[in-house]
Design a protein around this ligand. Structure first.
Ligand code: HEM
Length: 451
């Protein structure tokens, strides 16, 4: 149980600066700061960001309780809704209540396994196309390559569009948004969205760049009425039991949401996996041998994946140790008690996969990259709620199977063709923007394997 019978207490935590609380520590190095909070103060920590109290809740039982048993009172924070509304509108990621239920039931079929599996060939083809363009010994920023590749995949699977030529603009727009949104969250007194600051102008221009593409494709799908086999066709044709479908604005909001949520998260997860593989040649070799045994000299396909449990374990362990979504937030709609500590209605609660997945109580030797943690025998000892890279409960990531399939197919195909190689002294700096990424990219040297 997460609550106790005795009088609830105020959670422990740092006092911070008189005016700003812990805003600067949090802004400066969020991962180090919240890891420190957990180590120093325990499973429920209270700290101040600007005028408001935030809580870090890290015990698996409490995380599960919020996501599953008491999900009705732990909603997405209103501040997140406000932050995203200009960009994502009423997207699935941020809406609540009946609106979420309706959207979720309309969108769910588009993420059906059979439908998602059909995208496997695109993922593999695009990966090979990328590697075909790389020369032996060439230097490549692997992170940039993955962001470009996932962008191509999401554009193809969402809109049936080939955005290779436009990758630069869209990727740049996404990056601007990422940085500006986070700055906005961390400002003690945020500049209002309508204020014509340089930052806000940059943000709006980035949103418009992406939106232009999205609106164009929706109009085209509506007028042709054809099923192009992509996610947007599914959404245009989706109907509830009452025959009711998504309006153009709702479609725009969902397309922007999927575009946003479905691309950098997966790209960064794969970048971290490649980094870990480069640092663990024995694991890479075991993985390569497994893949070769199943595929021979042929390309990896969706059908092979069920015979490659170690590939699945490698991706899962990489997302444990370096989760791209390092935090997500909840806001209780009433006063609650967690682990004997009172948390007032409207507080901001952080759940950090990074923090909980590095807790030695649930993951012994947490800094060790050990894919066998997820072997059928050992996975049972991981407590429910301790491994949450995709969140959980009703609001679990709708793209989870899509992302896991994409990561397995792309990393598996890359291992078939390349030897992961990064400079021995390169230490990536973890940058916790909306999705955690290596601040200066991941410099790699292309080393092809002999065919
Ligand atoms: C490794 C890749 C990914 C990770 C780590 C990830 C993680 C997450 C997490 C933690 C949430 C919950 C966020 C919150 O509660 O605030 C979420 C929600 C969501 N994700 Fe993902 N995601 C990934 C890939 C994708 C992909 C590929 C798509 C779509 C194609 C996608 C679409 C969504 C959507 C629409 C939601 C909102 C779901 C809802 O609230 O019902 N994600 N994701």
């Amino acid at each position: 149980m997460s609550s106790s019978d005795s009088e609830p207490r105020t959670a422990p935590g740092p006092r911070g600066d008189f005016l700003l609380g812990s805003t600067l520590d949090f802004k400066e190095s969020p991962l180090e700061f919240i890891s420190y909070l957990h180590r120093a103060y325990g499973d429920v920590v209270r700290f101040r960001v600007g005028p408001s109290h935030w809580y870090l809740v890290s015990h698996p039982e409490d995380i599960w309780d919020m996501m599953v048993h008491r999900s009705k009172i732990f909603l997405k924070p209103a501040v997140a809704r406000r932050l995203w509304e200009k960009f994502l509108g009423d997207g699935l990621l941020t809406v609540e209540g009946d609106r979420w239920k309706r959207l979720h039931s309309l969108m769910r079929p588009a993420f059906h396994k059979r439908r998602v599996n059909a995208y496997g060939t695109t993922m593999v083809d695009y990966t090979h196309r990328m590697v075909d363009g790389w020369e032996e010994g060439q230097s490549v920023d692997f992170n940039e390559a993955m962001v470009g590749l996932t962008l191509e995949v999401v554009a193809k699977t969402l809109f049936n569009a080939d955005v290779r030529a436009g990758t630069g603009t869209v990727a740049q727009a996404m990056n601007t948004l990422n940085v500006e949104m986070l700055n906005h969250i961390h400002m003690p007194i945020p500049v209002p969205r309508w204020w014509p600051s340089e930052r806000n102008r940059r943000k709006m221009a980035a949103i418009e760049d992406i939106e232009k593409i999205v609106r164009g494709v929706i109009a085209e799908r509506r007028s042709s009425g054809e099923d192009h086999g992509d996610l947007l066709s599914m959404l245009v044709n989706a109907r509830t039991e009452d025959g009711d479908g998504l309006t153009d604005t709702e479609l725009r909001d969902q397309a922007m949401t999927l575009f946003f949520a479905g691309h950098e998260t997966t790209a960064h997860a794969m970048t971290w996996t490649w980094y870990l593989l480069a640092r663990h040649p024995a694991i890479t070799e075991r993985l390569r041998a497994d893949i070769q045994e199943v595929t021979g000299s042929g390309r990896l396909t969706v059908e092979h994946l069920s015979q490659l449990p170690y590939l699945d374990q490698v991706i899962k362990e990489s997302m444990r140790i370096l989760p791209s979504v390092w935090v997500f937030m909840k806001e209780p709609t009433e006063d609650v008690v967690i682990r004997g500590f009172k948390i007032p209605k409207g507080s901001q609660i952080m759940i950090s996969p990074f923090v909980t997945q590095h807790d030695p109580r649930w993951f012994p030797s947490p800094e060790t990259f050990d894919p066998d943690r997820f072997s059928p025998e050992r996975v049972k000892s991981i407590p429910t709620g301790a491994y949450v890279p995709f969140s959980g409960g009703g609001r679990v990531c709708i793209g989870k199977s899509f992302a896991m399939m994409e990561a397995r197919l792309i990393i598996g195909s890359l291992v078939q063709r390349l030897q992961p190689s990064i400079p021995a002294d390169y230490q990536p700096v973890k940058q916790a923007v909306l999705s955690m990424q290596p601040r200066d990219g991941l410099p790699t040297t292309v080393v092809h394997r002999a065919p």
